[in-house]
Each structure stands twice: as C-alpha cells, then as structure tokens.
Design a binder for this molecule. Structure first.
Ligand SMILES: [Zn+2]
Ligand SMILES: [Zn+2]
Length: 181
C-alpha cells in the first residue's frame, strides 16, 4: 500500500492530508483486503502517519478448530523519514533510531510492512469463532456448535455401571462367596 508523498514533503510543517485507501496485503498467510483512512501530517523530520484500517484474517477457532473470518482493527501511528530531499534531490541521513521507516528516493511512503506488523500484533492469541463456542466433543470430536452428539447419554450409562461394580455391597458379596468355597 503505497502513497506518493512528494507534495506532502514540500508542504509546511503541520500540514495535513488524508486518503481513503484499500488494498490486498499478506497478513500471516492471508491475502487480506485492508481498507480505511490514512492521515498524513508533515513533521519537521518527515511524515507522521495515523491510519485507521480494517481487515479480516482467516484463523481457526481455538475451541472447535473451524476456520472463520476474524475482523481486525489496526490503528497505526508511525513517523516515516525521507531518504532524499524533495527539493534538492540530495540524499538525507535517516535518524539514528532502532526502527526507522523510510520514504524511498521516489518519495513513496509504503505502508505495507507497518500494516503487516500491526496486523500480526492485532491477531488474537486464542481466537474464538463466537464468544460462546461450544467446542468439540472430547470423545468423538463432533462440533458441538452443530448440536449435541450421541456420546453424552452413552457416557452417563457407562459411568453408572462402573459405579455399581465398586459399591461395597458387591465387594462384600464377592469375598463372602470366595470364603464359602
Ligand atoms: Zn469455535
Ligand atoms: Zn461425542
């Protein structure tokens, strides 16, 4: 997602401009449609970008494993620095900062990498297809969002029979029977 900022670089400090943007960006293996508004403000060093963007990524639910579209809201705020003086064409040194976003020599400000990074940060750690996702049956793997499976009633019967084997009366009768033999 690229914006030519040559006009903006010539503008006076504090001047603003905003753009509606949309484009396909690869976020965590998804080709996601990213849309929203990008505001640019000329600073004394470069261009401050404030963007409010929306996109969707396909993720699998942490409970039922089904794939679903998870909406992401990205609020980007980053300053970009020119590498070339827009008037004289002389190359400019980038500020001495650990992470420095550059505007290239053709005055193109490329938001793609920032969108990708913010997108990865915005992705939920334990995504849920819906707040009350019922998950999968632990015995048969049936997706319980699609209704109950047959395991529940069978499991209850099974537990009852197990329980009756362990009752003291049963054990007593077994030992009595052994004793008489
Ligand atoms: Zn789910
Ligand atoms: Zn089941």
């Amino acid at each position: 997602m690229q914006i030519n900022v040559s006009q903006q670089l010539k503008a006076s400090v504090g001047s603003r401009r905003s753009y509606e943007v949309s484009g396909i960006i690869d976020i965590a293996g998804n080709n996601s449609m990213v849309q929203g508004e990008v505001g640019l403000m000329r600073t004394d060093r470069g261009i401050l970008v404030k963007a409010t963007l929306h996109t969707e990524v396909k993720v699998s639910c942490s409970r039922c494993m089904s794939l679903f579209n998870c909406p992401l809201a990205l609020n980007i705020e980053e300053e970009y620095f020119p590498t070339v003086d827009v008037v004289s064409g002389a190359s400019l040194p980038l500020p001495d900062e650990p992470i420095c976003l550059a505007i290239d020599e053709r005055h193109i400000l490329d938001l793609t990498e920032a969108i990708r990074q913010y997108g990865l940060l915005a992705m939920p750690m334990k995504p849920l297809c819906r707040e009350d996702c019922a998950g999968l049956c632990p015995s048969c793997g049936h997706n319980l969002n699609q209704g109950p499976c047959n395991c529940l009633s069978e499991e209850t019967e099974f537990d009852m029979s197990e329980l009756s084997k362990l009752t003291p009366t049963n054990e007593a009768s077994v030992s009595e029977w052994k004793g008489t033999e």
